[in-house]
Design a protein around this ligand. Sequence first.
Ligand code: NI
Length: 163
Amino acid sequence: MAIRNIVKLGEECLRKVCKPQEKFDLRLWILLKDMADTMYKAEGVGLAAPQVGILRRVVVIDVGEGLIELINPVIVERSGSQCGREGCLSLPGRQGIVTRPNWVKVQAQDRKGNAFEFEAEGFFARAVCHELDHLDGRVYIDVMDRELTPEEIEGHVPEDDEE
Ligand code: NI
């Protein structure tokens, strides 16, 4: 188990467009394991490779339904919209309200390079959109509706309510 350092906003690697992952080898599997360990230790629900300084299109997500590993993921369909709060391990202590699609269909590869497709809804869809943005050098503050105050981060925010 290796916990990697999570880079913070301001570091160049968070603003780069990541390259496709081309090799499905031991080095990738170690990266995936380290990324999952790092995400769980930080109590996050997702982590993208650039957040550990690796400029490749690799993401891990666990919104409470088990770990999912995405290599070279692409959103191929989206529908609806949801408005809710978002944070990021690279921006500790901050949260914002972000509008995202309520449903997405994603094509990706698994750790062996096999193509697969899945659909995500609600908070899972939000996490997918957030992590995939990282692969293109975007963070949620670039697309947020507004930033929450420290008081709101602790308490109730109207936009959190499901419609
Ligand atoms: Ni993030």
